[in-house]
Design a protein around this ligand. Structure first.
Ligand SMILES: [Mg+2]
Length: 321
């Protein structure tokens, strides 16, 4: 065995054993058995060092995040995670790095009962490419398309902490010591909102995960649904850490910072009560932040009640409160 084959063998022990994996790692391809009456939901994402995560990010965090961002896309579709493949490109095999990377990766895999069924390892600049497979009962996947005028716009958890974590690493942010760990956790170890996505099946009229920033990702829902919206700025959920720097940064990190991996979704008023009675518990809960409207475009009502139209350049307006 060459050094990369040895690595591949190391990844074979995932400690997740699913009954629907007929043949996992060990043949030319995997064989899996989706349950009858379901549709496959598939997503893929690549993380490149220095672009999608800073150099010197702890390897356990890299392993966690590489899978988490993919699971977040399954969550946004309301899918149950099932299987994934891993393509790993490494400058050189480094046993200590790989051990920690695998520990972070498989801890999250166990939490969401998703099994590694194949992959490849090659030499090159560090990058991690993961493809996740999940399933939904036929016809129940959440989409970006489907939001209707009158639907409430919701977001899970709190927004902006990952952007604060990145600024902290880059030395661009002063934050009380007790908040360093929480914002770095939000940046490096996002928790995909899989349970929330599952609870939204049959109830939400649209859904997306917040990977590029709330305004950009909600914009995708509005475009796909051919509707507009007004957000109520004072309802945007932020953390205690964020409160500490709000006077300096205003709403900009919460509205345009990426990497939060919360869910943004729309609920018809008739489904609100049922969602609240089935909603999973999660930090920050779920916040109603605005309403879908027939008039196209995205508007934001600020604390003084003034409504501003947001365009691509309008994001800069939020740099000061
Ligand atoms: Mg997404």
């Amino acid at each position: 065995l060459n050094e990369f084959e040895l690595i591949a063998r190391y990844f074979a022990d995932t400690r997740v054993r699913r009954d629907d994996v007929v043949m996992g790692i060990g043949d030319d391809a995997a064989i899996v058995q989706p349950p009858p009456g379901t549709q496959l939901v598939i997503s893929t994402d690549t993380l490149v060092e220095g672009i999608h995560f800073p150099r010197d990010t702890p390897p356990a965090d890299v392993g966690h995040k590489a899978l988490a961002v993919n699971l977040s896309d399954l969550a946004a579709m309301g899918a149950d995670p099932a299987w994934f493949t891993l393509n790993l490109t490494l400058p050189q095999p480094d046993a200590a790095w790989l051990h920690a990377f695998a520990a972070g990766l498989f801890a999250l895999a166990r939490r969401f009962h998703i099994q590694l069924v194949g992959g490849d390892t090659t030499r090159g600049p560090l990058s991690i490419s993961i493809t996740v497979h999940g399933f939904v009962p036929t016809g129940t996947a959440l989409r970006r398309r489907g939001a209707q005028p009158g639907d409430g716009i919701y977001v899970s958890g709190a927004l902006g902490d990952a952007a604060l974590g990145l600024r902290l690493i880059q030395g661009q942010l002063t934050l009380p010591d007790e908040y360093h760990a929480p914002v770095l956790e939000r940046l490096n170890r996002p928790v995909p909102r899989v349970e929330a996505g599952r609870a939204l099946r049959g109830l939400a009229s649209s859904c997306i995960d917040v990977s590029d920033g709330l305004l950009a990702d909600l914009g995708h829902i509005l475009e796909a649904s051919d509707v507009g919206a007004t957000l109520d700025l004072k309802r945007i959920p932020v953390s205690p850490a964020y409160d500490c720097v709000f006077a300096d940064l205003g709403w900009e990190p919460a509205l345009t910072g990426g990497d939060d991996y919360e869910l943004c979704f729309t609920l018809p008023p008739a489904h609100e009560r049922e969602f609240k009675s089935h909603a999973p518990s999660q930090p920050g809960g779920f916040s109603l932040i605005g309403e879908i409207e027939a008039a196209p475009g995205l508007r934001v009502q600020d604390e003084s009640g003034q409504v501003r139209v947001i365009d691509a350049r309008g994001y800069d307006h939020f740099r000061t409160p």
